[in-house]
Design a protein around this ligand. Structure first.
Ligand SMILES: [Mn+2]
Length: 315
């Protein structure tokens, strides 16, 4: 059973919602979106690939939707997938906890393959170091706007000498020539950010909408920052969601976004701009409770691919 992941040596597996597998580059033609997963990318030695199996857990969370692809999805107001829409699951790309540089190259190659076919990459983690090579592979698709939805700002320059890890994602993004505006929504609590990191982000032009403001005013202030017609990469760390709905994270923090706030951010982008790429990271299966977080992630993902399919891919 070949998959896009198998092009890089992965084993085949069950696809999200029973979507067709991506068998290789030829199959990608005409695809609006292609899902790929990975256990991690650039780990910190202290934690390793602590979100390994996240993509598989989210796929399992969506198993119940497999028979429902023609049904209404009332979250999007559309059928689960528009008639004739081609959305594929490329499986997991193989990664090695001891070879972060190789992992980044593998991820860049897989995402570049998807983008070259005109499809939107939908990356499932795995930890928050995964979006860095995804964003690198979108060079040539710019200028891109990033909407990061996350409890953390991820602006550390390095952690223990590692510059490509999960706490540096948005700082590395800001250094990419094809990345324009960065909007970061959902920061809260006491995270990894040092005051100097936050000052650097603000001085680099990042527009922050902290979780407290979302709680007070809803998502409209954040959506107002998205330029009409922009090409937007949505980077969703599932810890943006309140732990009451999303327990499957390494550090549960009170005061997170609701399901609807996260969904409205994504749907709001789709309504006024184009989704150029999407990632959903930091799902930690060992921390889930009775599969609840996986179900929430799968419902969100089903909506995301429906919205991307409606937009018709990269366009
Ligand atoms: Mn986070």
């Amino acid at each position: 059973m070949a998959t896009l992941g198998a092009m890089f040596g992965a084993e085949g597996g069950k696809t999200f919602m029973g979507l067709p597998e991506a068998l290789g580059p030829a199959d990608l033609q005409g695809a609006a979106a292609v899902i790929i997963g990975a256990d991690g990318c650039t780990p910190y030695p202290s934690v390793g690939f602590y979100c390994a199996g996240g993509a598989a857990a989210i796929r399992a969370g969506g198993a119940a939707f497999a028979a429902a692809q023609g049904n209404m999805n009332f979250d999007t107001g559309l059928t689960v997938l528009p008639e004739g829409a081609r959305v594929l699951d490329g499986g997991d790309v193989p990664v090695d906890v001891a070879d972060p540089e190789g992992n980044r190259a593998t991820l860049r190659a897989a995402v570049a393959e998807i983008v070259a076919a005109g499809a939107v990459p939908v990356l499932l983690g795995g930890d928050d170091s995964l979006p860095i090579p995804m964003l690198q592979a979108l060079e040539g698709q710019g200028p891109l706007t990033i909407l990061q939805i996350d409890a953390h700002i991820d602006w550390r320059d390095e952690v223990g000498g590692e510059r490509w890890g999960l706490s540096s994602t948005m700082r590395r993004a800001s250094e990419m020539a094809h990345v324009g505006q960065i909007i970061q929504v959902g920061s809260r609590g006491i995270g990894s950010a040092r005051p100097g990191d936050y000052v650097d982000a603000v001085e680099a032009g990042v527009q922050f909408v902290h979780a407290r403001k979302v709680a007070a005013l809803g998502v409209a202030p954040a959506l107002a920052l998205i330029p009409e017609g922009a090409r937007v990469v949505i980077c969703l760390d599932v810890d943006a969601l309140d732990p009451a709905v999303m327990p499957a994270v390494i550090g549960r923090t009170a005061g997170g976004l609701t399901y609807w706030q996260v969904f409205e951010l994504i749907a709001g982008v789709a309504a006024k701009a184009r989704i150029a790429a999407f990632d959903m990271v930091e799902f930690m299966p060992e921390r889930d409770i009775d599969g609840q977080g996986a179900l929430v992630a799968a419902q969100l993902l089903a909506g995301v691919i429906g919205l991307i399919a409606e937009q018709g891919g990269q366009g």
